[in-house]
Design a protein around this ligand. Structure first.
Ligand SMILES: NC(=O)c1ccc[n+]([C@@H]2O[C@H](COP(=O)([O-])OP(=O)(O)OC[C@H]3O[C@@H](n4cnc5c(N)ncnc54)[C@H](O)[C@@H]3O)[C@@H](O)[C@H]2O)c1
Ligand SMILES: [Zn+2]
Length: 343
């Protein structure tokens, strides 16, 4: 198994050059994809990467539905029937869901075979396809089965974004802003003054740097959970896409950061304004919560993997680029932040 991912920032051309090298000769590739990436991304991939022209492919359900033990078992079965051996390679062509599933499948097949991530959503390019976390959902709990199992290669090809729906783009932008908020103040300011995705490689590099410092998520890597304690609860309670909910969660976390850690009000206000504009472009208002809603959301937050039944722990900001992990937040403070969310 590889312990470190090589990230190819030069897109599919760089992948094509890499796979022409000796170490990839006589490799049998299986491309994992979903209905959308079959339609929108496979033609570009095989037209640019000669080594993949003869590859078999396996289609899995779109979205979170593919991250299941049943789907993983079907993929393993197909690999076995096709005679995939220890030299075989799984190529994950898709968003975070396909990449998470494909990494999980590769980790378990014949004690681990190589896999290549070809992320096709912005969120996967800047986040899910970098950092070696693989997972499926099990027992009703998201990402409950998984491994740290880095891809051999991850390829960043912005051309895939041309067909991505606007809401999915915004999900990725929210995670970009999150990474910049905790690790690069100048980049944060750039990101919230633009609507394009031109900084995606910078953000991918930034995530890779944080992961390198703490590959197994024991310390500094946890700063990437900024906005996620609130975000997960909003995602579950409202059924909103993950990235959008994280964008909202960051507003709540910044509100508490001002109160508890002295983050400047100006940062909170500027971010809140940017968030409002982005959400209005996709016609999703900031949710207004009442006390009854919040009573139902609190248990969701306590169940989140970082927390205990008695104590919530959040990543908050002293300043942009100065995140602090494991800040204890009381239920009272959660209520206050959520009641103010839509203001
Ligand atoms: N492993 C990690 O470190 C990590 C980090 C963050 C998120 N994740 C996981 O990632 C998943 C979310 O990933 P996502 O947001 O990429 O969602 P996704 O994989 O469901 O993709 C979103 C949608 O876009 C479609 N799509 C993908 N590429 C396209 C393209 N180029 N053109 C048109 N449509 C396209 C997909 O078919 C899907 O309908 C979650 O399961 C989350 O847990 C993992
Ligand atoms: Zn996230």
């Amino acid at each position: 198994m590889t312990t470190k991912t090589r990230i190819l920032y030069g897109g599919l051309r760089a992948l094509s050059r890499a796979l022409a090298k000796e170490e990839w000769q006589d490799t049998k590739y299986t491309i994992l994809l979903d209905e959308n990436t079959f339609q929108y991304c496979l033609p570009l991939l095989v037209s640019q990467v000669e080594a993949l022209q003869e590859a078999e492919f396996i289609e899995v359900p779109v979205g979170e539905e593919c991250k299941s033990l049943e789907v993983a078992a079907q993929v393993w079965q197909t690999l076995l029937e096709a005679g995939a051996d220890r030299q075989s390679v799984v190529v994950n062509l898709g968003g975070g869901c396909v990449c998470d599933l494909g990494g999980y499948v590769a980790a378990g097949y014949k004690r681990g075979i190589r896999h290549i991530n070809v992320p096709t959503t912005l969120l996967a390019m800047v986040d899910a396809a970098i950092g070696g976390k693989t997972a499926i959902d099990f027992g009703g709990v998201k990402n409950s089965l998984g491994h740290f199992y880095p891809s051999s290669l991850t390829v960043i090809e912005p051309a895939f974004l041309d067909t991505l729906p606007q809401t999915e783009l915004l999900c990725g932008q929210m995670e970009m802003v999150k990474t910049a908020a905790v690790a690069d103040p100048a980049l944060f300011n750039e990101l919230i003054s633009t609507t394009d995705t031109s900084h995606l490689k910078e953000v991918a590099r930034l995530k890779a740097r944080v992961v390198k410092a703490d590959p197994y998520d024991h310390g500094i890597r946890k700063i990437l959970n900024f906005g996620h304690t609130f975000g997960h609860a909003i995602e579950l309670y409202h059924g909103l896409p993950h990235g959008i909910a994280v964008g909202m969660g960051m507003k709540a976390a910044m509100y508490l950061s001002v109160k508890k850690l002295g983050l400047s009000e100006a940062v909170y206000t500027t971010y809140s304004q940017w968030l409002k504009e982005q959400l209005s472009a996709i016609h999703i208002p900031l949710p207004t919560f009442n006390l009854k809603d919040i009573e139902q959301m609190l248990p969701l937050m306590h169940q989140d993997k970082k927390n205990t039944a008695d104590e919530l722990r959040c990543v908050l900001l002293q300043d942009l680029g100065a995140a602090v992990i494991d800040i204890t937040v009381s239920d009272h403070e959660v209520r206050d932040a959520l009641l103010k969310l839509a203001r």
